[in-house]
Design a protein around this ligand. Structure first.
Ligand code: PPS
Length: 293
């Protein structure tokens, strides 16, 4: 397969995007959600895959090993807006899902979500990550994934993050937009990467209570153990090693999986500049992030 050329970023209704996530726009907007669909939402690199796998195991962990060993996670939980031929479109994969409920992943900011999800009163699971680790993870991903614009050097990338010129737009607006939605929409569960890292079992319990699931203690423990970073890193069905556009020799998709890795990348000056800017941008927000545990 020929690798695609790196896309350019453009303004799409006020949000920086690339063609890989806007080319199928009308069909995406007309997506017909069902009441039991579950939408898993995040800003890129916040722990989406981790949460997708948890939900997949909670619902379909008993389906037999073929489910987990022959179908990659990105097909079990389609990425709604992705449109990168010759791969199947995420929207089509979602339409073709035979599971119930259907688990669907998106990185869309809240204002772009197809309206049928709201009309059908679907459950939504949002996962957010502190911005410092988020930008570090995104930077490495930009290097290993040819479907993203050239990330440039670290300082340039960090600057672009602060200027909100990233694929899927502003981290600040994304996390706040969904946080505000949560205040008005009761079927939204807002999670944090740092909480997951601190106590995965507790987060699985909370997720189950939100989803109305009551697995046995043994089943929950099995899910907890299976989604540990080292296990997921080894598992070809969840570590994206089947996707050619991602060059895992540059950086693996399952890179570090830690809280506070940003300390290995931010200089003192960058950290100061980031904190000052953050304070300004988040001054009206009640959201609180932990940048270390
Ligand atoms: S994507 O491409 O937006 O869907 O990426 P996403 O899955 O949101 O984020 C990838 C980062 O999450 C880390 N990750 C994990 N951390 C801890 N435990 C588990 N099980 C886990 N699974 C994925 C992954 O390593 C990426 O973070 P970094 O910091 O780059 O390692």
């Amino acid at each position: 397969m020929e690798l695609p050329t790196r896309p350019t970023l453009f303004d799409f209704h006020g949000v920086s995007m690339t063609k890989y996530f806007t080319d199928n726009w009308e069909n995406i907007q007309n997506f017909e959600a069902r009441p039991d669909d579950i939408l898993i939402v995040s800003y890129p690199k916040s722990g989406t895959t981790w949460v997708c796998y948890m939900l997949d195991l909670l619902y379909f962990g008993n389906m037999g090993p073929e489910h987990r060993t022959s179908i990659p996670l990105h097909e079990r939980v389609p990425f709604l807006e992705i449109c990168a031929p010759p791969r199947p479109k995420g929207k089509d994969l979602a339409d073709q899902l035979t599971t119930s409920p259907r688990l669907i992943k998106t990185h869309l900011p809240v204002q772009f979500v197809p309206k049928s999800f709201w009309e059908q009163n679907c459950r939504v699971v949002y996962v957010a990550r502190n911005p410092k680790d988020n930008v570090v993870s995104y930077y490495h991903f930009g290097h290993m994934n040819g479907q993203h614009p050239e990330p440039g050097d670290w300082n340039t990338f960090l600057q672009k993050f602060m200027e909100e010129k990233m694929v899927f737009g502003s981290w600040y607006k994304h996390v706040n937009g969904w946080w505000e939605k949560k205040q008005a929409y009761s079927k939204l569960h807002y999670m944090f990467y740092e909480d997951l890292s601190e106590n995965t079992g507790r987060e699985i319990d909370q997720l189950c209570s939100f989803l109305g699931l009551s697995p046995s203690a043994e089943e929950k423990e099995k899910v907890r153990a299976t989604v540990m970073f080292d296990n997921m890193k080894q598992d070809k069905m969840v570590n994206f090693s089947t996707i050619q556009e991602m060059n895992q020799d540059v950086f693996p998709f399952m890179r570090k999986g830690q809280v506070a890795d940003w300390k290995n990348h931010f200089t003192v000056a960058q950290n100061k500049r980031f904190d000052e800017d953050y304070k300004q941008k988040m001054k009206n927000s009640t959201l609180r992030f932990r940048t270390e545990l």
